[in-house]
Design a protein around this ligand. Structure first.
Ligand SMILES: NC(=O)c1ccc[n+]([C@@H]2O[C@H](COP(=O)([O-])OP(=O)(O)OC[C@H]3O[C@@H](n4cnc5c(N)ncnc54)[C@H](OP(=O)(O)O)[C@@H]3O)[C@@H](O)[C@H]2O)c1
Length: 270
């Protein structure tokens, strides 16, 4: 890691209370970073902060709900009030809804868009300018393999939101490539976290997908960290996930939609 000064770098991680976010926090702490951890639940953030102290990492906890449009600004102000400098931003918070577009409350759709699309954009816009000024920064956006696959029914907005995040990351990567600020979209496939408990599909995905399709959050986090350090615009952990993303890119749209449509039916999402 080459930093402009000798101080310890600081990374802000959204959705740090569980899964991939917590795994990323462990990897960054191990690599010598201090952390700003944010999510809605205080207790798991506190437990993670205690754990990270074993690497000598200092953690600042900021409880926020990214469904609130003002949350990114509050996070930015809270960081400034504490005199912290943010060298890394990880936009990780997220969830999916699989009940179908029409069965999902419009307020839930809006929340999904705010947490996974509007908030990452706002946070990057707030924190990136100072990174550029200092000539050092890391922005890691946790997207998904779903953002590279054909559209699916049931969780109709999830894939498009993640596609947006991938493309926006790639665009920002190009804009900042000469500045010392690295920008990477991390695109995990099925990962063992709370994600499928939260959306209530644990039983169906566990029976539909064999064990070899699942990755650990730690593996995903390590791949994401390495890709961002190497300034790769996009990374998809796992050989099979890359094969699927490659196939999806080259299949004709009609065929790809049929295949994914059949799959959504098997999962009883449509
Ligand atoms: N697991 C997978 O198979 C998989 C695959 C591809 C991509 N991903 C992506 O990976 C990212 C992390 O997911 P995960 O698998 O680690 O799921 P997870 O274990 O359910 O963790 C989700 C995190 O997001 C936070 N979060 C959710 N809603 C929030 C809100 N309104 N405001 C603030 N924080 C919120 C949660 O914290 P609180 O509940 O404490 O707020 C939690 O820390 C997501 O963006 C997801 O789309 C996951």
């Amino acid at each position: 890691m080459s930093l402009p000064s000798a101080r310890r770098p600081v990374v802000l991680i959204t959705g740090a209370s569980a899964g991939i976010g917590a795994a990323l926090a462990r990897v960054y702490a191990e690599k010598g970073w201090d952390l700003i951890l944010t999510a809605r639940r205080q207790r798991p953030l506190q437990a993670l902060s205690d754990e990270l102290a074993r690497w000598g990492a200092a953690s600042t906890l900021l409880v926020e709900d990214l469904a609130d449009a003002e949350a990114p600004r509050r996070l930015f102000d809270a960081v400034a009030e504490r005199g912290l400098i943010v060298d890394g931003l990880i936009n990780n918070a997220g969830f999916s809804r699989t009940a179908g577009f029409l069965n999902t409350d419009p307020a839930d759709h809006a929340t999904m868009i705010r947490v996974m699309l509007t908030a990452p954009v706002a946070l990057a816009r707030l924190f990136a300018p100072a990174m550029v000024e200092r000539g050092y920064g890391r922005i890691l956006n946790v997207a998904s393999l779903a953002g590279q696959m054909p559209a699916t029914g049931g969780d109709t907005l999830y894939g498009p939101i993640k596609s947006f995040l991938i493309k926006a990351s790639q665009g920002l990567h190009l804009e900042l490539v000469e500045t010392g600020v690295h920008v990477t979209a991390l695109c995990p496939g099925y990962t063992l976290t709370e994600f499928h408990d939260v959306n209530g599909t644990r039983a169906e995905v566990s029976s539909a997908y064999p064990a070899w399709m699942w990755q650990t959050a730690e593996h995903v986090a390590r791949v994401g960290y390495a890709a961002c350090e190497a300034n790769r615009p996009k990374v998809t952990p796992g050989v099979m996930n890359n094969v699927m993303a490659g196939l999806a890119k080259h299949l004709p749209d009609g065929l790809a939609l049929k295949m994914v449509g059949g799959h959504a039916k098997r999962l009883k999402r449509i």
